[in-house]
Design a protein around this ligand. Sequence first.
Ligand code: CA
Length: 221
Amino acid sequence: MRILLAEDDIMLGEALQEALIAQGFAVDWLKDGESALEAARREDFDLLVLDLGLPRRDGMSVLAELRRRDNTVPVLILTARDATGDRIAGLDAGADDYLLKPFDIGELSARLRALLRRRAGRARPEIRHGELRVDPAAQRVFLREQEVALPRREYMLLKELLDHVGEVLTRDKLDAALYGWMDEVESNALEVHVHHLRKKLWPELIRTVRGVGYLIPKEGD
Ligand code: CA
């Protein structure tokens, strides 16, 4: 899961980035509206966390421009507590949710998980697939109700594939979901993660589509 964070407050931005990374998201952080709009148009993000008061282009204008171009990325806006008008305008302009500053990081994470769940068309917070159960809130994975400890990237990869069951995800898409711009990526990192997941869970769980990418087939396929 890859999040674009648009926030010009350095202290808040740093805290948010750190907290979201700890929650299992790949995070790219930009500090002005113009760059955020450009990045959101150029690349696929799963979510945009958008401060409304941004230099170069305010958040409302970024949002309006994205929606005008039929960009459907889920957007959560961050607004000042006293700006009721902004909240209403933001939702009307196509935001999916909002949070009032100052906010609790735990609440932000929970709201982001809810948006992602809705996006994936899932009502239940837990993901079940065969004998596998994933609890995204706790980032814990269970096989036949036995917990399987997965390092961060393996967890992220598994979650990404499970969010798109039956769909082939290209290597580029998976790399983008697992790594932010600042992360160093070894060229065979993806194969290594897939190898480990097959070993720790079961070999047929993840199917290789030669020259394209990977998928978790639908149950029964
Ligand atoms: Ca701001």
